[in-house]
Write a protein that binds this ligand. Sequence first.
Ligand code: EPZ
Length: 418
Amino acid sequence: MDSIRVQGGAPLQGKVRIQGSKNAALPILAACIMMKEKCRLDHVPKISDVYGMLQILEGLGCRTQWNGHSLTVDPSGFHGKDVAGEAAKSMRSSIFLLGAMLARQGRATLENPGGCVIGKRPIDLHVKSLKAMGVTFRDRENGILARTGKGLSPAEIWLDFPSVGATENVIMAATAAKGETRIHGAAREPEVTALCGFLNAAGAGIRGMGTGELCIRGGMPLHGVRFRIPSDRIVAGTYLFCGFSAGGNVLLEDAPSDQMEAILLLAERMGAGITVTREGIYAQFPERAGMLSSVRTDVYPGFPTDLQSALLAVRCTGTGKCLVRESIFENRFRIAGELQKMGAKIRQTDEKCVLVEGVRRLRGCKVEACELRGGAALVAAALGAEGETVISGKRYVDRGYENICKDLRELGARIVGE
Ligand code: EPZ
C-alpha cells in the first residue's frame, strides 16, 4: 500500500531529532562531482529524493557508500555522459547538475526538469545567468544541451527574482570561472549558505553568504572535504504545525532555530510557547491555534512557501478567519480540496490567495496527497481530526521526510504507514 493511517486526537509529547536538510543535501550532492577527490557528508537524510540523486551520480560514474547517515561520494570515476534515467526525469533537483557539470567539464546534457503540481517551474533565470557566463544552450528532444566554447567566464549576474536553484547553479558554475563573479539579488535561503559553506570548505572563495550579494572568486582547484548537512528547517516546522493540530508539547532536537525566525514568530502569534535551548526548540501548544488574520509566504527570511500547506491545515481549526497568500508558486493550494473533504471552510479568493475560517474540529476521512508538502500537511490535519484519516500518496511524503510516521508515533501519535 502507499498510504498513511491516522487516528486523530492523541496529543504529542516528548522529543524528536530533526533529520538533515533535503534542500541542502541535494545541491551539495550535485556539487560533489566538481572535485576529483572523495567527499564525506554527515547527517544526510535517507529520503527518496536523495536516493534519486545518488542514482543520477552513479549513472555519471560516481561511487557512493552509506555508513549510517554519513555518505561518501567518490567522483573519481565520473564520465559525465548524459544525465538520464527515471530519477533525472522525475526530480526537479536534477537541474543542479547543470551548474556542477558545467564546472566539471564545460558541458551538460540533461532531461528537461519538468514542472510539477505546484507550478510550471521554469528555468529561464538559470539559462539567462549561465548564458552571461559564456554558456550556449541547444534544445534536444525533451532535453537540454549546455556547452561553454572557451570555458566559463566570470560575470556580473543580476537575478530578477532570488531563485534558489538559479543562485545555486550560478555559484557552482562561477566556482570554475577564473576571476570574480558577482550575483546581485541572490537567494538568501540557508540551503544556499550551506552549499557555499561546503564549496568554501573544499577550497572555493565565496563571500557574502546569507546576503543577496554574493562574490565568487573562481578558478581555484577544489579538494575532497568532510561536511555536515544542517538540520531541515522545513521538517522542524512541519512537526511544529503537527503539534498545533494534535496539542501537547514537544522538543525538536537539533532544530535549526537560527533559520526559523519567521516560523517561530508566527507560532508564538498563534499562541504556542516557544523556548529555544541548546538542545533545540521546546514548544507548548494551545488548545486551539489563536487568531492570525493573515499570512504571506515570502523568500527567506520570510515565512517559507514549503510550510504554507501545513499552516493552512492548522488554520482550518484555528480561531477566526485567516487570509493565506502564496507569493512564490502559482499552484500551491492543491490540498484545500482535501481539507474541505475533512470539513474545512476554505475559499480561494484569487489565484494566490485563500480565505480559511476555523471550524471546531475536522473529521477524519480518505484523502489524497499529490505532492510532498501537501501530503505532510494532511498528516498534520489528521492528527487533530475526529476519527480515522487515510492519506493515500505516502510516496510523495517519503520524498522529503525520512520517517514521519515513526517520528510522530514516538511522540504519541496514533499513526502507521502502510
Ligand atoms: C527550491 O526550489 C526548493 N527545492 C523548493 O522546495 C522551495 O519551495 C523553493 O526553492 C523556494 O524556496 C530545492 O531546493 C530542491 P526557486 P527552486 O527557483 O529552486 C520561479 C520542497 O518542497 N522561477 O526559488 O525550484 C519558480 O517558478 C521544494 O522541498 C522562475 O520563474 O525554487 C517559482 O515560482 C518545493 N524562473 C519561484 O521562482 C526560474 O528560472 C521560486 O523558485 C526559476 C524559478
